[in-house]
Design a protein. Sequence first.
Length: 189
Amino acid sequence: MGGTFDPVHHGHLVAASEVAARFDLDEVVFVPTGQPTFKLDQDVTAAEHRYLMTVIATASNPRFTVSRVDVDRAGVTYTVDTLRDLKTARPDAELFFITGADAIAQILTWKDADELFSMAQFVAVTRPGHALSVDGLPGDRVHVLEVPALAISSTDVRARARAGQPVWYLVPDGVVQYIAKHRLYRGQS
Ligand SMILES: Nc1ncnc2c1ncn2[C@@H]1O[C@H](COP(=O)(O)OP(=O)(O)OP(=O)(O)O)[C@@H](O)[C@H]1O
Ligand SMILES: O=C(O)c1ccc[n+]([C@@H]2O[C@H](COP(=O)([O-])O)[C@@H](O)[C@H]2O)c1
């Protein structure tokens, strides 16, 4: 599952857990982006903070791991590179890329979009506030999964932290503490 994870929240974790169960996955690899291509105009938190919060959030689940491939690759992050690096690290693995309704809606505009569907299957999960449409995408490579609706976004978590409102139970406890310890999201949206 790729994401900016700024910060990772329970919407991400529930989606990953549901896809793992439905598709009987051995492992879910969370891949925090380096420089997310569609957020180049935004003030994104340093990759190392986002990576560490993702490690904290996933630590208790033996099937969840976190990859540094996007964080460690220089330049803008593209999923075509993510999938290539994951395939190199796990040559025998069958890859499924987990993505939410908002992200799948834009997938045809992603770099080398045609190539993506031959590199992995895609699982598009439902997300409150976003219509899920996979029209025009290859039906044999894109799966749709309804997951328990959690109307949580990283944008909202950042806004709450900035306003001094609680973020408990929107993100894992360790992430609440990490945000407080490093005083993240105090001066940005
Ligand atoms: N509550 C949610 N339910 C289901 N999928 C989600 C949810 N939140 C995010 N996702 C999906 O997880 C992936 C990574 O999301 P991302 O890290 O950009 O979080 P976000 O909450 O959308 O962040 P932001 O508000 O900063 O844009 C995307 O594919 C997104 O669609
Ligand atoms: O490859 C692309 O062109 C591309 C464009 C936009 C988003 N993505 C990927 O989609 C995932 C979710 O992105 P975001 O910006 O919603 O956090 C993340 O893994 C991104 O690298 C990929």
